[in-house]
Design a protein. Structure first.
Length: 178
């Protein structure tokens, strides 16, 4: 198994994050030895949802996004959830945080609805990626080459479609960081 000892991974999430898209890669990265940090525009806790409708668990925020710096992390994970992604894409601090990972050439992994944030961060154009199927027109309109496949890797960007792809998503991310 890959070891990520000494690596620190930021997870950017807000209310409405799809719980399993937060917890699955979080645990996989921790199991591989990484330190994980929950960054959020929300204060105190992030309230997750299951299947975009059912209330999930709450998770403590480790760092406010307004105070977070990409230089402190080795990679960024963007879990999905419609409400989460829609809220992040209109939050200036969140968008700037995402953009800074690309500016520094660091790995960014986004699943399900999270690639919406890439549009607003100016990182979709010219990229091969995937997402939840309903985002296909938005991503194509932003200049991305959208693919319907479980994981797409384009340079430092890793994307997946939905919770059914989590094993491949997490495995690909761990391999990229090893």
């Amino acid at each position: 198994m890959a070891t990520l000892n000494g690596k620190t991974i930021a997870f950017l999430a807000s209310k409405g994050v799809e719980q399993v898209e937060l917890t699955h890669p979080w645990q996989a990265l921790r199991d591989a030895g990484a330190t994980t940090v929950l960054v959020s525009p929300d204060e105190g806790q992030v309230h997750a949802l299951n299947n975009d409708w059912d209330r999930g668990d709450s998770f403590p925020v480790d760092k406010p996004v307004a105070e977070a710096q990409a230089a402190d992390y080795d990679a960024l994970v963007l879990p999905g959830g419609t409400l989460n992604a829609d809220g992040l894409r209109i939050n200036e601090d969140a968008v700037a945080f995402v953009r800074s990972f690309f500016e520094q050439g660091k790995t960014v992994a986004a699943i399900c609805h999270a690639p919406w944030v890439l549009i607003d961060a100016g990182q979709a154009e010219g990229r091969r990626l995937t997402s939840y199927t309903s985002l296909e027109p938005d991503l194509k309109n932003a200049g991305a080459q959208w693919e319907d496949t479980e994981v797409v890797v384009d340079g430092n960007l890793i994307t997946s479609r939905n919770p059914g792809d989590l094993d491949a998503f997490s495995g690909t991310l761990i391999d990229a960081l090893s």
